[in-house]
Structure formats: structure tokens, C-alpha cells
Design a protein around this ligand. Structure first.
Ligand code: PEP
Ligand code: MG
Length: 873
């Protein structure tokens, strides 16, 4: 018989899939001997069973719940039903395998009713008891019936206003009157609050199950690639009360700073408060250090348990605690979410502290987050002159400028119009998630470093300033007031999430240089990785960036990109539109001079690292003007009649340019262009070698489908290169000629191509295009619809299609290696820099990947991770 419920004593940290992260950790902590209030976890499978057939609750689960409650009564020595003096109240919380902060639901103080609240009032105080009851009514209404929380807040505010008292000062009668009004609110929604504790519990459990499918949880899962069929567990736990008195409190603490990684407790607490008060951002909490003064014993205990938990989990923990009348309880622990910066620092520190190995540290940092470490900061000089608007808490680092918007909805609208927006709110809530995702930065006037805005922004790597009390944010009339400054929607501000400062207007940004910590981690990565990482680059700027980011060479220099400057494109056009040999020669001569100079500088910049130069690839007409006015201007420059020119341009248009006269096909029909390019490469290489630099040119031919294409191009190139060496009267320099593998046919005849090629490089952009038959330039028109309908779950131009395109690559590698076991094989399409595709490349035996310079660091880390994972299998 399936067991649907586990007491905390029965579970383990490894049971996350079954008990959810929260349940598994509560179990682990219980077994570690930490002060965890007793409880039990209803499994994630129960949730899926219930969602598939709600009758499961009555038929299978209910009896187990009753048994678990009886067990809990025994353990706590308290009673869940009846009006005995020892009242057992419980919390009910969701907890999935993967943490989904703020996405699902919690109910506290469950088990109170009209009678039990009186007992509690007698034992404690009316204020405490009714405060608990009020919260229960409000949370229960929200979670179980979907009655908006705000309606209860409004009632409370109305009562406070009428009585001119704060709720803490209410008399018993006033508390009761307020409770009556809360219940009236239920009736207005055609609902009632069950007086039976058990009925409350059943309803709460079912509501938590259902919350798995609420829209904001679905959005969160989509954003974080969490499968939809995992379900959530439900944790039922004896309540402890942080709102008992001034010796009580509650808090959320990270064992290290989740923004910077600094090894110091970081977090907040509120005295005399209950759990949700801290995260909800309604009262501004105090920093955890202040607990040492207010409740020193509890603080000491906390330090002790925090250290135990860090050592046990070997990672930074995010711990929720409650202190009831001076006694500390740990309510939750999990590996804390952190910024990329913190993730890096913590991983390195844990190695230093000998808690984890270097390999483990490499696995701890997600490659996708590396980009956040090479993201923009404000230009120092401009920052010095910028007008400071306000200062809040530096909740999530980064620097961003944008137009302010006041709602998530508006953020989405403006984003879809291509605007950069900054979401400004009093506080954010899970409903705002989609607006937060599209915002450059998030600013809140309320809440602390662990408020929803702060936690979610850090998770997303979005810049955030939270709790900026100087700002009055009026969401209804879309204004932000700060002193004398009044800003309305669309006003530009700049937000520095690292300092917490907000500035008026736009401030230019610069990219941060590689930092030392990152370099250290990546140097470990390079030692471990089997796949090398090169870069795709052709401008001097990009080559320098590539070297700075640790590229082991250049895997693809696209020479067509070198013809786009004003002067160059004119010569290119002269060449394409030449009417006779003389004109052709003249244009080629000029282009040769440009290219020779380019390659000279490129080889010089890249030094002794390898660089693959790909000969011209796109169809000729891509270089030609379309606009009649431009054609006329070109005709004047080339001294040709505009009509003739227009006709010639017209003739060069192709029906399917991507399948047309491009790549090696051009090389074959117009060998002079490829010869010119080879000449430029070798003349510069010869010059540099005479100056003492060792240069080993690697030339790559694009779009090969047939062995004889490669033979033909190679033949005239080799002849031409030999001639160049003879003319220079030098010993031939070593060089290589390789081919791109961009067509399905090339994959299938890879053994034949390997006979001719010194190396292969998969052009996965074209290979994906040609395998799917999806135009790489038009996929944007339908990929959204495909994803919506689950026809494709990802864009195959961004992440390799391992099932189709990947299989062709596998065939190609295996065929080629049968012939040449040592043949270097690279991947230089966009997916070469995709951390999710890199393990596959490693698996099929690719030698290196090549990607845009800014993706090199993440790819280096992904390559190391791929090797570690492969070796562990
Ligand atoms: C490719 O096709 O993957 C490739 C790298 O070449 P390009 O993108 O220039 O066509
Ligand atoms: Mg290509």
C-alpha cells in the first residue's frame, strides 16, 4: 500500500521529490536533533493523485491524515479538537521539489475557532488570541476560497480608524466585533469558515494541492523550467508563536550574504510577529545583528544551529526561525537563492573552508548566471555627475536605466513596444512576476532584503532596490514622489542595485571587466574541461574581448563581416557589378589591401592562439542596395548607368538565397574572391612570421555538400598559396584547410569529406535550418505559436536539437573519426555557446565549441561541468 504521509522523523534530505524541498529539510533537521516543531508531510504524489481525481482525498488520504494528526497530538501533548486547555494549532504550507518562493500557499494558526480562541485568550491574552484568529480567517479565506486578502485589510483599517485605536489596543469586544465582520465577509462571498479543526485542515490541504495549478505557479515553473507534473507536498506542523510577546519573534536569515556572498549572517527579524510579516514586507524588519541585543540567548542558539546546518548541507542556508517566549525553533532551511556574484564567492569560500572540493565548486555555479558577472555598471564619471533621487536597500546588484511604470501589466505592455522599463511598486507580490521578468530593474518603497521583490529579483539576476522609504509610490495615479520631485509614468530613472541608489535620468553603462574570483573558478574549469572554448570574432575589439574572457582561439572569423564598412562595401559592390576584367582586378586589389591589413591586425591580436578564418559565405546580393535612390547614388560612384545597374542587381536576386549561390558555390564560380582572401591571409601571415610571430593560418570553406566541391576549392587555394610562398621566397608556413559541416548531406558523407579536410566545424545555424527546413531568419514568426502549443519546447537555433540535428552530428563525428581519429571537430553555430547543449557536444566527441566572446566564460564553465558529470557517470 502506498504511504501518503511521512512524519518528520521518517523523512530525509534526499526525499525532495517525494516530500518537497521544505518537507525533506524539515525531516533532515528533525533527525539532526534541531529544535523543529513536530509535524508531518503529505507527499507530492498525493497532490498529483488528488489533482487527477479529487475523490482520492476521501478514499485514500483522509484516514492517514487523521492518524497523522493523532500522532502529532501525542508528540506535542496538545489537542487539535475540542476545547481542552492544551490547544494544538498547526501551520499548513506547500513545498515542492524545487523551491518556488512566494508562488504557493500558507495558512497559519489552523485549528482555532470561536470557542478555542476564547481558551487561547484566557491562557495568553485577548490581543494575541484574536490576532491569531484574525490571521487564520484571512489566510484561510485567501487560500481556500480565493477571497482577496485586501478586503480583510480594509476592514481592519476601517475598524482602527473608527475606534481611533491600533488593533493591539482593541478590547475583547472590539476584537470579537472585528471577527464577526470577517465572517460577514465570508458570507458576502457565499462561504463560511468551518468551526471544526479537522474540516479546516481538510480544506487547507486540498487548497494547497490545487495551488500547484494556480496561474502564478505555472508561470514560475515555465520561467524556471520546472516540470508541471511534480506536484507539491503539504507540510502540517505544530504552530509555535513568534507573536506571543516581546520575548518572541520571527525571522529569515541567510548564513551568508546572498547578494555579495560575504561570510556573515544576513537577514532580518521582527519581534512579536508571525512568519509572514517578515516576507510580506508590511512591517520593516530589523537586521539580524540586532537580535543579539534584544534576545541574546536565542541569538547564540541561532548561531550554533546555523553553523550546524551550513556544515551539514555544505552550502549557504536560508533559514526561517521563530522564537516563542525566548525559545528558538527552526522552521525551515534550504540552500539559499543568491546572485551570481554571491554564488561564485560562496563556492570559492567553501573550497577554502575545505567544505567542498574544487570540482564541487565548479558544479555550484550555474553557467547561465556567469553573464551577470560581466554585466553593465554605471560609467564612473557619469555617475559622479548624476542627480541622486533616493537611497534604498541594495537588494540585487546591477545597473539599469528605464522608464518607470507602476504596474506589472503596464511593464508587459511597454516591454512589448520595445521600451526599457523599471517597475516601481510599494511592494511586489507573486502576481507581478511576469512584469518583473520584463523589467530592467525593480524598485519598491516597502519591504526589506528578504521581501518578495528582493528575493525574486536576485533569483532572476535583475537589478533591484527595495525598501526605499523616501519614495511615495502612488500606484493608482501613477506618480512617484520624492521630496520635491514628482515623476510620472515614462520618466527615466537609473537604478544601481549594488549601492541601492536611484538616480534621475539616464546614466550610460560599461561592461565590468573579468573579476579575479571568476578567473580563478574558470582556471579550475579549464583544468577540468575536455572541450576547449574558442570565440567567434573578427573585429579587433571582439578578438580582444575573446582573449580577455579566456577563449583558446578563434573558431570562426566570418570574413563577410569585414566588408561592411562604407569604403569596403563600395569596393565589394564594384567587384560584384564589374563589367570587365579590368574593373574586377581593380576592385580585388583594393579589397586585398583592406583584408591584408585586417588579417595582419587580427593575427597580431590573437598571437599564438589558433584562428580559423572562414572564406566568404553569404549570397552576393546581400552586399547590394535595394532602394532606388541608393542604386542611383551607387551608379554615380561606379560611373555606370543607373538602369543597367538596377537590372544587374535585379538579376542577382535569388528566390531562396539561403539555398542559393552562396558559400563554396561562390568560391567555385568566382574563385578570384577566395584567392584574394587567401592571398590576404598568407601575405599577412608571411609578414608576421618575418617579424618573428608564429602564425599558422586555418582556412575554412563554408557550405560544403559534396566532396568534389571541397577538392575543387582546395585545389585552387593550395596552388595559389604555394605561388605566394614561392613569390615570397620563403619555406612554406604550416597551414590547414578545413570545412564547415552545415548541411545534412555533409554529415552523411563526413568520411569522404574527412579525406580532404584538416578539420571540421559544425555550422549548426545552417545545419539546423537545413535539417528542420526552418528559415533561421523567419523562425521568430512561428516559434511562439509552436511553444504555446507545445510543438516545440525550445528554439533549436538557441539550444541544439539533440534528437534530430544532434543525431546527424553524431553520425558525422563517428564517420569522420573512423578515418581520422584525431580530426579536430568544432561547433561554431550559436548553440556552441549554449550551456545546455555543451554536455551533448562533449558526449559525441566534439573537440571545441566556439561562441560569441561574451558567452565564452559561461561556456568554459559548462564544458568543465560536462566533463565532471561525464566522469561521474
Ligand atoms: C552556421 O551556419 O552555424 C555558421 C556558423 O555560419 P553562419 O551563421 O555564418 O551561416
Ligand atoms: Mg552557416
Amino acid at each position: 500500500m502506498t504511504k501518503w504521509i511521512y512524519s518528520f522523523e521518517e523523512g530525509h534530505a534526499d526525499d525532495k521529490a517525494m516530500l518537497g524541498g521544505k518537507g525533506a529539510n524539515l525531516a533532515e533537521m528533525t533527525n539532526l536533533g534541531l529544535p523543529v516543531p513536530p509535524g508531518f508531510t503529505i507527499t507530492t504524489q498525493s497532490c498529483m493523485q488528488y489533482l487527477a481525481a479529487p475523490s482520492f482525498f476521501e478514499s485514500d488520504l483522509k484516514e492517514e491524515v487523521l492518524k497523522a494528526v493523532a500522532d502529532l497530538e501525542k508528540k506535542s501533548g496538545k489537542f487539535f479538537s475540542g476545547n481542552e486547555s492544551s490547544l494544538l494549532l498547526v501551520s499548513v504550507r506547500s513545498g515542492a521539489k524545487f523551491s518556488m518562493p512566494g508562488m504557493m500557499d500558507t495558512i497559519l494558526n489552523l485549528g482555532l475557532n470561536d470557542l478555542r480562541v476564547q481558551t487561547l485568550a484566557e491562557q495568553t491574552s485577548p490581543d494575541f488570541a484574536y490576532n491569531c484568529y484574525r490571521r487564520l480567517l484571512q489566510m484561510f479565506a485567501d487560500v481556500v476560497y480565493g477571497i482577496p486578502k485586501e478586503q480583510f485589510d480594509e476592514l481592519l483599517a476601517f475598524f482602527e480608524k473608527n475606534s481611533k485605536k491600533k488593533v493591539q489596543e482593541f478590547s475583547l469586544e472590539e476584537h470579537q466585533a472585528l471577527i464577526d465582520q470577517y465572517k460577514q465577509l465570508y458570507r458576502e462571498h457565499y462561504q463560511s469558515f468551518p468551526q471544526s479543526s479537522k474540516e479546516q485542515l481538510y480544506a487547507a490541504i486540498k487548497a494547497v494541492f490545487k495551488s500547484w495549478n494556480n496561474p502564478r505557479a505555472e508561470v514560475y515553473r515555465n520561467l524556471n523550467d520546472i516540470p508541471h507534473d511534480l506536484g507539491t507536498a503539504v507540510n502540517v506542523q505544530a504552530m509555535v508563536f513568534g507573536n506571543s510577546d516581546q520575548e518572541s519573534g520571527t525571522g529569515v536569515v541567510f548564513t551568508r550574504n546572498p547578494a555579495t556572498g560575504e561570510n556573515r549572517l544576513f537577514g532580518e527579524f521582527l519581534l512579536n510577529a508571525q512568519g509572514e510579516d517578515v516576507v510580506a514586507g508590511i512591517r520593516t524588519p530589523e537586521p539580524i545583528a540586532a537580535l543579539q541585543k534584544s534576545l541574546p540567548d536565542a541569538y547564540e542558539d541561532f548561531l550554533k544551529y546555523a553553523a550546524i546546518l551550513e556544515k551539514h548541507y555544505k552550502d549557504m542556508q536560508d533559514i526561517e526561525f521563530t522564537i516563542e517566549k525566548g525559545k528558538l525553533y527552526i522552521l525551515q532551511t534550504r540552500n539559499g537563492k543568491r546572485t551570481a556574484k554571491a554564488s561564485l564567492k560562496i563556492a570559492l569560500d567553501l573550497v577554502e573552508e575545505e567544505l567542498i572540493s574544487q570540482q564541487e565548486a565548479l558544479l555550484r555555479v550555474a553557467p547561465a548566471t556567469i553573464n551577470q558577472l560581466i554585466h553593465p555598471v554605471f560609467e564612473e564619471e557619469a555617475l559622479g555627475q548624476a542627480a541622486l533621487l533616493a537611497q534604498g536597500l541594495p537588494a540585487s546588484p546591477g545597473a539599469a536605466t528605464g522608464e518607470i511604470v507602476f504596474t506589472a501589466e503596464r511593464a508587459k505592455e511597454c516591454h512589448s513596444l520595445g521600451k526599457k522599463v523599471i517597475l516601481v511598486r510599494q511592494e511586489t507580490s507573486p502576481e507581478d512576476i511576469e512584469g518583473m521578468v520584463v523589467s530592467q530593474a525593480i524598485v519598491t518603497s516597502h519591504g526589506g532584503m528578504t521581501s518578495h521583490a528582493a528575493v525574486v529579483a536576485r533569483g532572476m539576476g535583475t537589478c533591484c532596490v527595495a525598501g526605499c522609504g523616501e519614495l511615495t509610490i502612488q500606484e493608482e495615479n501613477k506618480t512617484l514622489v520624492c521630496g520635491n520631485v514628482v515623476l510620472t509614468e515614462g520618466a527615466l530613472i537609473s537604478v544601481d542595485g549594488s549601492s541601492g541608489r536611484i538616480y534621475l535620468g539616464e546614466i550610460p553603462t560599461v561592461l565590468v571587466e573579468n573579476n579575479q574570483e571568476l578567473q580563478l573558478l574558470l582556471s579550475w574549469a579549464d583544468e577540468v574541461a575536455a572541450l576547449k572554448v574558442r570565440a567567434n570574432a573578427e573585429t579587433i575589439q571582439d578578438l580582444k574581448t575573446a582573449v580577455r574572457f579566456g577563449a583558446k582561439g578563434i573558431g570562426l572569423a566570418r570574413t563577410e563581416h569585414m566588408f561592411f564598412g562604407q569604403e569596403r562595401i563600395l569596393e565589394m559592390r564594384r567587384l560584384i557589378l564589374a563589367d570587365n576584367e579590368l574593373e574586377t582586378r581593380a576592385a580585388l586589389k583594393k579589397l586585398l589591401a583592406f583584408q591584408e591589413d585586417d588579417f595582419y591586425q587580427m593575427f597580431q591580436t590573437i598571437g599564438d592562439k589558433p584562428m580559423i578564418v572562414r572564406l566568404l559565405d553569404p549570397p552576393m546580393h546581400e552586399f547590394l542596395p535595394k532602394d532606388p535612390l541608393e542604386i542611383e547614388q551607387l551608379a554615380a560612384k561606379l560611373r555606370k548607368p543607373p538602369e543597367t545597374l538596377a537590372r544587374k542587381i535585379e538579376q542577382l536576386q535569388e528566390t531562396n538565397p539561403m539555398l542559393g549561390h552562396r558559400g563554396c558555390r561562390l568560391g567555385i564560380t568566382q574563385p578570384d574572391i577566395y584567392k584574394m582572401q587567401a592571398e590576404a591571409i598568407f601575405k599577412s601571415a608571411i609578414r608576421l612570421s618575418q617579424e618573428g610571430l608564429t602564425v599558422k593560418p586555418e582556412i575554412m570553406i563554408p557550405l560544403i555538400a559534396e566532396k568534389r566541391e571541397l577538392e575543387a576549392v582546395k585545389h585552387f587555394l593550395v596552388q595559389h598559396i604555394d605561388k605566394l610562398f614561392r613569390q615570397a621566397r620563403i619555406q612554406p608556413l604550416p597551414y590547414e584547410i578545413g570545412t564547415m559541416i552545415e548541411l545534412p548531406r555533409a554529415c552523411l558523407i563526413a568520411d569522404q569529406l574527412a579525406q580532404e579536410a584538416d578539420f571540421f566545424s559544425f555550422g549548426t545555424n545552417d545545419l539546423t535550418q537545413m535539417t528542420y527546413g526552418f528559415s533561421r531568419d523567419d523562425i521568430g514568426k512561428f516559434i511562439g505559436a509552436y511553444k504555446d502549443r507545445d510543438i516545440l519546447t525550445f528554439d533549436p537555433f538557441q539550444s541544439l536539437d539533440q534528437t534530430g540535428v544532434g543525431q546527424l552530428m553524431k553520425i558525422a563525428v563517428s564517420k569522420a573519426r573512423q578515418l581520422k581519429p584525431q580530426l579536430p571537430i568544432g561547433v561554431c553555430g550559436e548553440v556552441g555557446g549554449d550551456p545546455a547543449s555543451i554536455p551533448f557536444f562533449q558526449e559525441i566527441g566534439v573537440t571545441y565549441v566556439s561562441c560569441s566572446p561574451y558567452r565564452v566564460p559561461a561556456a568554459r564553465l559548462a564544458a568543465a561541468q560536462a566533463n565532471i558529470q561525464q566522469e561521474r557517470q
